[in-house]
Design a protein around this ligand. Structure first.
Ligand SMILES: Cc1ncc(COP(=O)(O)O)c(C=O)c1O
Length: 428
């Protein structure tokens, strides 16, 4: 038997040189249905949700997992997660909140955290009855103008420190690698927020932070836990001023393994240490986390057709019929494999079909601030397909679908070996 590749597991593996995903022959499926397309393994998403929930409940009965819809935005996935027991979601737009409502989530269980929110969205959120998480003093003022009546709200604060795999996905601290951070109310303005909330009859009953994404290893966990300490202190002040604190939400950020050398996220320590800190605080509040990537990223793959294999200026290009956004946006590594094995390995660049030099290169990878574009790959054959792994979070959602007016990829869920296409409608 051939040695298994690092990413191979029961639901993603070669069988007789053909890639199988959740028991589906990927090359055959791609040929029949056309590409580009995304496949999502629903059972795996539900399994990951259950594992996470159990891990947290073990240490803290009052814990809740909110799915961050932005990672994989689909009514069908929301319905599946709900079936698995997920009652809470994080939305960052009215469009995401509407998806959750269509999937029959209770309005009050949809936490709405949008930065630089418009008055139009605020009005709509109030109309829908979803829970408002205030990101700025301006939002608090405008909320009062739109809705002078009493209201329970939560606030997002910036705990002064952030971490994450790439500078672009660090969302707390004054700056992320020189880029000023816009999210949340900074510590220096919390006093103002409390005063205004009291004056406006807006009772602060929740506190929220999100410090960054794709946290890896003990070092990131340590930074996260430092922010937990300061957030607990803020929560104590809120409880004192407003009489109670119903929940503290510690944001998303749990990392996954995109490449062989990535450290596994210390999930058990994360749940245990966070829960211990909460218990010790005697706040008697619900502890929430709101993961996106952890639940869906490695439960999805993107399939593209190889239409061109050609050497140009000593570079071997593998031309495909679409793009995937994360390598360009962040320099993030995604494993790329042929759906039919060839056992021919060479340095190559996988490139999409957009009128862009770098935007649609899929083998882009940034390490220590330096980008490379080529890597050793198993070279597919022209006319066959490749799979890009860990495409289930921030994949389809981040595509520049209007640019060049290319075909919008189709999306399919695989559930218990049955296949269902996900509808796509743009929010107006
Ligand atoms: C406010 C908020 N919550 C949760 C998440 C989900 O993060 P992740 O997918 O890293 O778990 C994000 C991601 O950007 C976010 O901005």
């Amino acid at each position: 038997m051939e040695q298994r590749l690092w990413w191979e597991k029961q639901d993603l593996e070669y069988r007789n040189n053909n890639l199988f995903f959740a028991d589906l022959d990927v090359e055959e499926f791609a040929r029949k249905n056309g590409t580009p397309l995304f496949l999502y393994d629903t059972d795996k998403i539900k399994e990951k949700y259950s594992k996470l929930k159990e891990t947290f409940l073990k240490y803290n009965e009052k814990s809740r997992i909110r799915f961050a819809i932005k990672a994989l935005s689909s009514k069908e996935i929301l319905q599946e997660l709900k079936q698995a027991g997920c009652e809470y979601v994080d939305s960052n737009s009215i469009g995401e909140a509407q998806l959750a409502l269509q999937a029959r989530y209770k309005p009050e269980n949809i936490l709405y955290t949008e930065t630089n929110i418009s008055n139009e969205s605020l009005e709509k959120a109030l109309e829908l009855g979803i829970s408002i998480n205030v990101d700025s003093i301006s939002q608090l003022n405008r909320l009062h103008t739109i809705h002078p009546q009493a209201l329970e709200i939560s606030i997002r604060w910036n705990p002064g420190k952030g971490t994450g795999e790439f500078p672009e996905i660090i969302t707390a601290g004054k700056e992320s690698h020189g880029v000023p951070v816009k999210f949340g109310i900074p510590e220096s303005r919390l006093g103002e927020a409390y005063e205004l909330a009291e004056k406006y009859n807006k009772r602060i009953i929740g506190l929220h932070q999100h410090i960054g994404s794709n946290l890896q290893g003990e070092k990131d966990l340590e930074i996260f836990l430092e922010t937990v300490d300061s957030t607990i202190e803020v929560a104590k002040t809120i409880k004192q001023k407003f009489g109670k604190i119903d929940f503290i939400n510690f944001g998303g950020g749990i990392g996954i393994q995109y490449k062989q050398e990535d450290e596994e996220f210390p999930l058990e320590d994360y749940a245990k240490e966070l829960s211990e800190k909460i218990k010790k605080s005697n706040l008697n509040t619900f502890t929430e986390i709101e993961p996106g990537r952890y639940l869906t990223a490695d439960a999805g793959i993107m399939i593209l057709e190889v239409n061109t294999i050609e050497e140009k200026n000593q570079n071997l290009f593998i031309g495909v019929n679409g793009m995937f956004p994360r390598p360009f946006y962040y320099g993030s590594y995604h494993e790329i494999i042929p759906c039919e094995r060839t056992n021919k390995f060479e340095e190559a660049i996988v490139a999409g079909n957009y009128c862009e030099t770098e935007l649609d290169l899929l083998t882009t990878y940034e390490n220590n601030g330096k980008r490379t574009y080529k890597r050793k790959l198993e070279i597919p054959n022209e006319g066959k397909h490749i799979a890009l792994l860990c495409a289930g979070a921030y994949g389809f959602e981040m595509l520049p679908i209007l640019y060049n007016l290319k075909k919008i990829p189709r999306r399919f869920l695989i559930k218990n070996k049955e296949i269902q296409e996900i509808n796509f409608t743009l929010n107006k």
